[in-house]
Write a protein that binds this ligand. Structure first.
Ligand SMILES: Cc1cc2nc3c(=O)[nH]c(=O)nc-3n(C[C@H](O)[C@H](O)[C@H](O)COP(=O)(O)OP(=O)(O)OC[C@H]3O[C@@H](n4cnc5c(N)ncnc54)[C@H](O)[C@@H]3O)c2cc1C
Length: 482
């Protein structure tokens, strides 16, 4: 591999052009500086996903800022339900609530705890639309159905607000979202995209360019910024814990520490096996995200090749003077740029900057993570250079090839929800509603999504991770060029 051999060569006797090229290639591929040893070429692709995922949640601001109740006991007997839902992240929790609302009995299983996965760790940015943009829907479904899909993304935000109001979930919801672009080229791209969005889908923004950007964000880095207040942000773990309480108030039986290990079809439906119990149900919903394949390969086998786990990371600073926060982002909106490897950030309710970014296409956590993230933050807000970083954490997003969500059926009894592609805070609520509609007999909205074609990542079990990492080189290169 080109990168590995470059790393083995010391920086001697080569011209500056070589060094520049080397650094660029190395940074693009590995995403971190040359002071760190490159691991043996294939070891980096073999680090256990589960182990990385567990370690990445150990210094999370979110875990530190909630008081979890004692764990719910694991399933320890045979039980029956209309529907067994696997995974108590946003997708599974929302599915459980929507199913219970329709009068169905539900057992919800999580291998760990509620919100232990991406749902309890994310940037908290609830954004209209989907990670793929509208293209796959327009191309594969036609304009009218693409418009229905867009409207459902607005419904996804409305679902969050409904849940907060109906169940009294205190999760620090703040409306407001700021799109930013950090080069002239990306500013043109942002403005073009926003024009299309306003023309075709009616979402208009307050747009600022050049010196006017400072009205929306106090950073000299950005060439354009655009504000809308349909999207917003929240404390995701508080929201997940609130959804779990809401589900239980509707009669959902929720078991933590209960991995679904296998599933078998029976004459009356299906049986899901956990280490100490069993659920007999008429239907199953698989909402295990990237960890489904790591925890229960048998359940994930038909789905696994259609998503890839991509690591993404967040740092949380110490609390900042509220007046300073207000000067930096006057609207207190969540912010996200339009690079391929995004910077996304927002202030928490207690005035910390939660700054997300970086990616890893292997299961390995990038070295010097906190320092590198901090450098990126200070590039945007130099005034924060002396603010300490109190937390650093991360998790894995389930990207699909075309970045559109991947909802469907493995059989008439088994449904799955995956492929949120880093854009799942809002879309998971919609997914939960659609799968419940389908199980209750109204499948037309679910089937709009199920009609989207998803292809496996190329490379098979051994090579798909290196193939993805190499494929992403081009996009990282474009980011680096500005
Ligand atoms: C660091 C980070 C930042 C992000 N930022 C944003 C953002 O700002 N905005 C946005 O829209 N999206 C963001 N995302 C993505 C978003 O968090 C996810 O799309 C969303 O939370 C996915 O929810 P989920 O329910 O599908 O999966 P998860 O929340 O991962 O839940 C899956 C659950 O299933 C359980 N499970 C898996 N297998 C089994 C099994 N066999 N048996 C029992 N339980 C099982 C797991 O323990 C886990 O609790 C981010 C993700 C990360 C990691």
């Amino acid at each position: 591999m080109q990168v590995a051999s470059a790393e083995r060569q010391p920086y001697t006797g080569k011209g500056s052009r070589y060094r520049l090229r080397y650094r660029l290639v190395y940074r693009l591929f590995c995403g971190y500086s040359r002071g760190n040893r490159l691991p043996a070429p294939f070891a980096m692709f073999q680090t256990s996903l589960l182990r990385s995922d567990t370690v990445l949640n150990q210094h999370s601001y979110y875990e530190a800022s909630v008081q979890r109740a004692p764990p719910r006991p694991p399933l320890a007997e045979p039980v029956q339900a209309d529907v067994v839902v696997v995974g108590a992240g946003f997708a599974g929790l929302n599915a459980a609530i929507e199913l219970a609302d329709r009068g169905l009995s539900v057992v919800l299983l999580d291998a760990e705890r509620v919100g232990f996965g991406a749902s309890g760790r994310n940037g908290g940015q609830a954004i209209v639309g989907f990670a793929s943009g509208q293209e796959p829907f327009e191309q594969q479904l036609g304009r009218a159905d693409a418009r229905r899909v867009w409207d459902m993304s607005l419904e996804a935000i409305a679902i969050i607000r409904e849940r907060i109001a109906r169940f009294g979930i205190a999760c620090d919801w703040v409306p407001g979202y700021l799109y930013v672009a950090d080069s002239a080229r990306k500013a043109r791209q942002l403005l073009d995209d926003l024009d299309v969005q306003a023309r075709d889908y009616g979402l208009s923004c307050d747009v600022a360019t050049g010196a006017d950007v400072s009205r929306l964000i106090a950073s000299e880095r950005y060439h354009a910024a655009a504000y809308e207040n349909t999207s917003g942000h929240l404390h995701p773990l508080k929201y997940a814990l609130g959804l779990a309480q809401a589900a239980e108030s509707l009669g959902v039986r929720l078991f933590e520490g209960s991995p679904a290990l296998s599933m078998a079809t029976t004459a009356s439906g299906l049986t899901v096996q956990t280490p100490h119990g069993q659920v007999q149900a008429r239907f199953a919903v698989l909402a295990g995200n990237c960890m489904l394949s790591a925890i229960s390969p048998q359940l994930a086998r038909p789905l696994h090749s259609r998503i890839m786990p991509v690591g993404t990371y967040i740092i949380g600073t110490a609390a900042i003077d509220p007046a300073h926060c207000q000067r930096l982002i006057p609207s207190n909106a969540a912010v996200c740029d339009n690079n391929f490897v995004l910077d996304y950030f927002r202030f928490s309710a207690d005035h910390r900057l939660l700054f997300g970014g970086r990616v890893s296409y292997t299961t390995m956590t990038p070295p010097r993570l906190q320092a590198v993230m901090r450098e990126r933050m200070v590039r945007i807000f130099p005034a924060l250079k002396d603010v300490p970083v109190d937390y650093v954490w991360g998790g894995f997003v389930d990207i699909s090839m075309n970045r559109a969500p991947d909802f469907g059926r493995l059989s008439s009894k088994v449904y799955y929800l995956q492929g949120f592609s880093g854009h799942g805070v809002a879309a998971t609520g919609l997914a939960g509603r659609l799968v419940a509609e389908a199980i209750a007999g109204q499948a037309s909205r679910f089937d709009l999504f199920a009609r989207i074609r998803h292809t496996p990542f190329p490379g098979g079990a051994m090579l798909r991770t290196p193939a993805l990492a190499l494929g992403m080189l081009w996009y990282r290169f474009k980011d680096a060029l500005g």
